[in-house]
Design a protein around this ligand. Structure first.
Ligand SMILES: Cc1ncc(COP(=O)(O)O)c(C=O)c1O
Length: 446
C-alpha cells in the first residue's frame, strides 16, 4: 500500500497539516509522532467502540493499539463510563480533600496484589515511577538506580535515558553508558543511573559489586514491553530479587503495562516474585488517567512521616478513582482472564502458524494479551538484540499490509499488540483471516 498518498487517508493527511501549524510535531506525545513510527502522518481518530476504532476518513479497524494499552475493556466500556459519569454528576471531580472512595480503591488494589501493603495514587505512570525512585533513594540513603537499556519508565529527567539509544553511541555491550532520550536532560542526572543489558544476571551481579553500597533501586519491567515483548529468562527475575535483597537495594517493578493486564495480580503474580515497590497505570483505569505506586508498608511509611513529600493537585481525582474502582470490580472475575488468555493465545499461535506456512523468518513473542512480531530468526533477549537483528523494514510492510486489511496496531516494531476483554472470538478469526491474506501477499515479494 502507498500509505503516504493513499486516498482513503486523505482527511487524516489534511488534519495533520492543520495540526502541525498549532501543535509542535502535530501530536501530543512522541509515540503518536512521525519519529515514533507514524510516518509521514498519523491517522486521526473519529471514535472508538469496543474492539474497534474508526478514523476521520471513515475507515474502521480492529484495534490492537488500544490507546497504547489502557483500553483493556475496549473503547467506551459501559460499566466504567457509567461509574465515572455517576461520580461526576453525584459527587464532583476534585476537592483537595480526601474521599472515602480513595480508601476503598486502595483496599481493592491491596487485595489484588499481595506485595502491595499500601498505595499512593497518581495520574500517570511517569509520576508513579518518579515517586518510586525518590522513595527508594530516601529509604536506602543511596543515590544510584539501575535501569535497563530498552525499557521506558516515563519521561521524567531521572529515568528518561537509554530507552532506545543508538547502540553506536551507547557504549560496549557489557558496559552500556546512559544516553539521554533527547536534548534538555541534565547530564549529571544520567550519572546517577547504572544502565545494564536486561536478561543478564552476571551484568547485574557485577554492577552491584562495582557500586557496593551505592545502589538504591533496581528499576525494571518484569516483562520488557518497551522493546517489543521480551520475556524474562527462567531464573532472571528470581536472581534480581535475590541480588537486591543481598545488597540492600529495593526492587521496583514497573507494571505500568503488565499490571491488571496479564493477570489481576500483574506479572509478579505469574512469575511469583515479590517486589518492594510496584507502579501500576494503564490497565488500572480502564481508559481513564490514573496510576498507583504501591508496596511495602515500611518503605511507604516515609510518606506517612512526611520525610518524603508527594504532591499532586490531580492525584486521586474523582474521575480517576471512580474509573479504577469500577475497573477493579470487573477484574475481580477470574473467568475474564481465562477467556482473554485463550483468545490471545489462539491469536498469537495462529499468527505464528501463518508465518511458518510461508517459511517467513518471524517470531510472535509475548504472554497472554501482550505480544509483538519480530522479523528475524535470531532470539531476542534484550534491546541490543532487537536493534541489531529485528528487520524494521519488514515490520513496516507487515504493519501496512494489516492496516490495509483493517487491523490496527502501533507502527513501531518496539511497541506491543494488546488484546482487550472486548475482543471476541470472531475478532480473532477476522484478524487471522486478514493476517493470512497479508502474509500471502508479503511472502510473494519476500
Ligand atoms: C513501562 C512503562 N512505565 C511508565 C510509563 C509512563 O506512563 P505514563 O505514560 O502514564 O506517564 C509507560 C508508558 O508507556 C510504560 O510503558
Amino acid at each position: 500500500m502507498d500509505y503516504a498518498t493513499r486516498p482513503s487517508f486523505r482527511a487524516s493527511r489534511d488534519a495533520f497539516d492543520a495540526a502541525r501549524a498549532l501543535i509542535p510535531s502535530g501530536v501530543n506525545s512522541t509515540a503518536r509522532s512521525v519519529q515514533g513510527g507514524w510516518s509521514p502522518y498519523p491517522l486521526f481518530v473519529r471514535d472508538g467502540r469496543g474492539s474497534r476504532v474508526t478514523d476521520i476518513d471513515g475507515n474502521t479497524y480492529l484495534d490492537y493499539l488500544l490507546g497504547l494499552g489502557p483500553m483493556i475493556f475496549g473503547h467506551r466500556p459501559p460499566e466504567i463510563t457509567r461509574a465515572v459519569v455517576d461520580y461526576i454528576e453525584n459527587v464532583g471531580t476534585m476537592f483537595a480533600m480526601p474521599t472515602l472512595a480513595e480508601t476503598a480503591l486502595a483496599g481493592k488494589i491491596v487485595e489484588a496484589v499481595p506485595s502491595v501493603e499500601q498505595v499512593h495514587l497518581t495520574c500517570t505512570g511517569t509520576e508513579g515511577v518518579l515517586y518510586a525512585v525518590r522513595l527508594a533513594r530516601a529509604y536506602t540513603g543511596r543515590s544510584k538506580v539501575v535501569r535497563f537499556e530498552g525499557m521506558y519508565h516515563g519521561f521524567s529527567d531521572g529515568v528518561y535515558w537509554s530507552k532506545h539509544p543508538d547502540i553506536e553511541a551507547a557504549g560496549p555491550d557489557d558496559a552500556p553508558v546512559a544516553v539521554a532520550q533527547g536534548a534538555g536532560l541534565p547530564p549529571h542526572v544520567g550519572e546517577s543511573l547504572v544502565v545494564l543489558p536486561w536478561n543478564d544476571v552476571e551484568a547485574l551481579r557485577s554492577a552491584f559489586a562495582r557500586n557496593r553500597g551505592e545502589i538504591a533501586a533496581v528499576l525494571t519491567e518484569p516483562i520488557m514491553c518497551n522493546t517489543g515483548c521480551i520475556l524474562p529468562e527462567p531464573g532472571y527475575l528470581e536472581a534480581m530479587r535475590e541480588l537486591c535483597s543481598e545488597n540492600g537495594a529495593l526492587l521496583v517493578f514497573d507494571e505500568v503495562i503488565t499490571g491488571f493486564r496479564v493477570a489481576r495480580g500483574g506479572a509478579q503474580s505469574i512469575y511469583g516474585i515479590s517486589p518492594d515497590l510496584t507502579v501500576f497505570a494503564k490497565g488500572l483505569g480502564g481508559g481513564f488517567p490514573v496510576a498507583a505506586l504501591g508496596g511495602r508498608r515500611d518503605v511507604l511509611a516515609l510518606v506517612d512521616d512526611g520525610i518524603v513529600s508527594m504532591a499532586g493537585t490531580y492525584s486521586a481525582n474523582g474521575i480517576a478513582v471512580a474509573a479504577a474502582s469500577a475497573a477493579l470490580d470487573l477484574l475481580a472475575d477470574d473467568a475474564r482472564f481465562d477467556a482473554l488468555w485463550s483468545r490471545s493465545t489462539r491469536l498469537r499461535e495462529g499468527l505464528q502458524e501463518r508465518f511458518d506456512k510461508h517459511a517467513i523468518a518471524a517470531r510472535v513473542v509475548g504472554i497472554g494479551p501482550l505480544f509483538q512480531v519480530w522479523f528475524t530468526e535470531q532470539p531476542i533477549r534484550n534491546y541490543r538484540d532487537a536493534a541489531r537483528h529485528a528487520d524494521q523494514g519488514r515490520f513496516r510492510l507487515w504493519w501496512e499490509a494489516m492496516l490495509e486489511r483493517n487491523v490496527l496496531f502501533h507502527p513501531g516494531p518496539l511497541e506491543n499488540l494488546f488484546v482487550s476483554f472486548a475482543h471476541s472470538d470472531d475478532d480473532v478469526d477476522a484478524t487471522l483471516e486478514a493476517a493470512a491474506s497479508a502474509i500471502d501477499s508479503l511472502a510473494a515479494s519476500w
